[in-house]
Design a binder for this molecule. Structure first.
Ligand code: PGA
Length: 245
């Protein structure tokens, strides 16, 4: 695991965007695994800026998002599909036919997850997988559990995730209780992992991810076993890791 220290959110976002843009420049038809959440928004906006300046071209890039709420259509403003269009895809020259998010509107969880796993496998898995981390150490919607998950599957969200995500909904009752998420094994198949984290409320999770035991009680800890995992985190998120890297 390589840990890159950033001063603050803006610095973290620029450093992450630099790594993603280097990937796209080196391999214009690369496969990117993408993440939603508040943390990656700054990196997405920075990439839009560089695209507009002519520095990076997304015309051949394919993307696969980590997860989607179960029961939301792609047009629902709370869906991750909608989020990706709003925060990233609408600002760059990506072909929307090359962007993929699990189909939350398919009520047949098994079929939806199987189809998504096949799509990601057929694409050869991401060259670079961008990740955020939950306060409870989750990656995608792989919540703390007794075992690491494998392929894409349907999960019940934990109370802590529902509460954390309720800030983006009018009422906590509106937060969907289930999601379809890539499994930990699918995530580990990416050739490079780029984890971004900022803020004090991520400090414990970042510490456990980087220096705790590799255990499904902190799903992100599995990244210690990945051959090419880069963590870009700010001062506050790294505050419990001082002197350890
Ligand atoms: P956040 O979410 O970026 O909104 O903090 C990260 C996550 O839960 O994976």
């Amino acid at each position: 695991m390589k840990i890159i220290h950033a001063k603050d959110y803006a610095d973290m976002s620029r450093k992450a965007a630099n790594i993603i843009s280097a990937q796209v420049i080196l391999k214009p038809d690369c496969v990117l695994g993408l993440a939603t959440g508040t943390t990656p928004i700054g990196a997405y906006h920075q990439l839009i800026d560089w695209y507009k300046k002519g520095d990076v071209d997304f015309s051949q890039v394919k993307t696969y998002n980590l997860d989607e709420y179960r029961g939301l259509t792609h047009e629902d403003p709370q869906s991750y599909h909608y989020f990706m269009n709003k925060e990233f895809f609408s600002g760059i020259n990506i072909d929307l036919a090359n962007t993929h998010v699990p189909d939350g509107a398919n009520p047949d969880a098994e079929a939806a997850c199987k189809a998504y796993d096949k799509m990601v496998a057929d694409a050869g898995y991401p060259d670079l997988q961008l990740l955020g981390i939950g306060r409870n150490g989750h990656i995608g919607f792989n919540e703390p559990a007794d075992a690491f998950s494998k392929g894409t599957h349907c999960v019940d969200l934990t109370e802590s995730t529902i509460e954390a995500n309720s800030r983006l909904f009018e009422k906590e009752e509106d937060v969907p209780r289930q999601a379809y998420t890539m499994g930990v094994q699918t995530i580990m198949n990416a050739r490079m992992i780029l984890m971004v984290a900022n803020g004090k409320n991520k400090a414990q999770a970042v510490h456990d991810m980087c220096f705790g035991p590799v255990a499904p009680s902190c799903p992100a800890s599995i990244l210690q076993l990945h051959a090419n995992c880069v963590v870009v985190a700010d001062d506050e998120a790294l505050s419990l890791c001082e002197g350890q890297y």
